[in-house]
Unconditional design. Structure first.
Length: 530
């Protein structure tokens, strides 16, 4: 006896509020397993239809928002639980605080899913049209999550395709928000199998929208396959990079008695990594690899230059400070040390992590005993903005520190377009968890969106050389020590459509999603929902 999906709709409608909340939570948790490193993508074709049925069940917008919030709580708690690992990487921070931090973050981010459900219910109609309405509402909430309150676009729905180089190519014109909208549309369309189409319509009508949606995803796959079939990487001549991953545990990184050993480990790997420095033009270390203020300590720079034989240029992450009239300012920086130990360039991180690199509303939150997660009570200062760096012997590049790389359409400086992106990061905070794998996927998507290669250098992994199509050419695994010697891939010959127009195509898709509602009922239905 075959299962009838229509029974699912009847069952969901029969649930009381408590069981409906539990179902929403489980559905959201299941959807989160579609992200790296699990990639259980088929689950979204169950989870999103369940959320649509829960919105069907809701008697008003408030009830729909409650279901959305519980879905979001499961979604973000399972997808981002690893944030709590940052408490395990510090000796003077209570370990139970990680549970509270992960739960608080999930509860806050769930508000965006609640808002999506509220908006969808406000325009709700029966039949197939509620599917694009829901997809447009969810995608709008994702875009807002990526922009409001400094933004946190981690695990956008598009990232469930991180395993498919082919489908990922569509971000070159759709962007991550656009691909996410189509993904939610395809997944949510399966709710039609649970709808009552009448005796005469049968399975043909039930499968119409899911079939069309799957056909659209198949078309994106074919586009990507064709695009990659002729994709050949070329490399800049006379550039040979050495990427260094020292694999220093986060709990040891800022122990003062180990500063010297950590510093020496980076130097040693730089010299002996693959049998010497012959042919190496530039050595790259990860975020805050150097614990010293090398900008104001020339002796440290001379030590690095002499150890490396006064040949390659060293690009490293390091803290930096400037004296101020009242107090010094501290920065999370990328600094470039020339072969003669001169400081060739500096970039100060512009998009800081709230509660990680600074405490928002410090005066208020300190009264409740709250402090930022990273060591020290001093906040970092944000730099003036993204920039493009040009130094001798290297094509101009755009430096991005840690999570600056997760923002679609916001990784390129306005002044001058770079020829490649450099992402220095330290994912050691999050241990052996999904976090570093998810971070790598987002870095790859920025490469494909912009048509620029990305060199990613991570303290404990995952370091990678990523071509302008978002493919990983070589990498060092998580929690492994090692080096990569690599050429520098060239950017695509032409700028991608997404790099030219940004999220305008996504905005058009959102408008189309909402437009299916406009011809019918009008403002009267809006009032009735309240």
């Amino acid at each position: 006896m075959r299962a009838d999906p229509r029974r699912a709709a009847v069952w969901v409608r029969s649930l009381d509020d408590r069981r409906a909340a539990g179902l929403a939570f489980v559905a959201g948790a299941g959807a989160a397993l579609a992200f790296a490193p699990f990639y259980a993508v088929p689950l979204i074709f169950i989870s999103f239809p369940l959320l649509v049925l829960l919105i069907d069940r809701a008697g008003n917008r408030r009830a729909a928002a409650v279901s959305g919030w519980w879905f979001g709580l499961g979604y973000f708690l399972v997808g981002l639980y690893w944030v709590g690992n940052s408490f395990l990487a510090q000796e003077d921070v209570p370990k139970w605080g990680g549970i509270i931090a992960a739960l608080a973050l999930a509860m806050a981010l769930a508000i965006f899913v609640a808002a999506a459900a509220w908006l969808a219910k406000s325009l709700w109609v029966s039949g197939w049209r509620r599917v694009p309405l829901f997809a447009a509402s969810f995608a709008t909430a994702e875009w807002l999550r990526g922009h409001l309150f400094t933004g946190f676009p981690w695990n956008l729905q598009a990232n469930v395709w991180g395993w498919s180089d082919e489908i990922s190519q569509s971000v070159s014109f759709l962007g991550s928000y656009g691909l996410g909208l189509l993904t939610v549309l395809a997944a949510a369309s399966f709710v039609r199998l649970a709808d009552d189409h009448g005796e005469e319509a049968g399975a043909r009508h039930a499968w119409a929208l899911p079939g069309l949606s799957l056909g659209l995803m198949a078309a994106l796959f074919v586009f990507g396959a064709v695009r990659l079939s002729g994709a050949q990487n070329t490399f800049h001549p006379d550039v040979r990079l050495r990427i260094v991953q020292a694999n220093i545990p986060q709990i040891e990184k800022w122990q003062r008695e180990k500063w010297r050993d950590n510093f020496v480990r980076h130097i040693g790997l730089s010299i002996d990594g693959n049998g010497g420095l012959d042919g190496i033009t530039h050595v790259i270390w990860p975020e805050t690899a150097v614990p010293y203020f090398i900008g104001s300590e020339p002796s440290r720079r001379h030590l690095v230059a002499r150890a490396l034989g006064n040949r390659p240029v060293v690009i490293t992450g390091a803290p930096r400070f400037e004296e101020g009239e009242q107090k010094p300012s501290y920065y999370n920086a990328v600094q470039v040390i020339g072969a003669d130990a001169q400081l060739l360039a500096t970039y100060d991180k512009a998009h800081l992590v709230p509660f990680g690199e600074y405490l928002p509303f410090r005066g208020l939150l300190n009264r409740f005993g709250l402090e930022k997660l990273t060591p020290g009570a001093v906040d970092f200062t944000a730099g003036p903005g993204l920039r493009t760096i040009a130094i001798p012997g290297l094509p101009r590049f755009g430096p991005l520190i840690c999570y600056e790389v997760i923002f679609p359409g916001r990784v390129i400086a306005d002044e001058e377009r770079p020829e490649w992106l450099l992402n220095l990061t330290n994912d050691g905070w999050f241990g052996t968890s999904p976090g570093p794998y998810q971070h790598l996927v987002m870095t790859r998507f920025r490469a494909a969106e912009e048509g620029l290669p990305v060199i990613r250098v991570a303290g404990t992994g995952i370091s990678a050389v990523i071509d302008p199509y978002g493919r990983v050419l070589s990498s060092i695994a998580l929690n492994k020590q090692g080096v990569i010697d690599t050429g520098l891939p060239r950017a695509l010959g032409s700028t991608t459509l997404y790099a030219r127009i940004g999220d305008w195509l996504f905005a058009m898709l959102v408008i189309l999603g909402f437009a299916v509602r406009l011809p019918l009922h009008g403002a009267r239905a809006w009032r009735q929902q309240s």
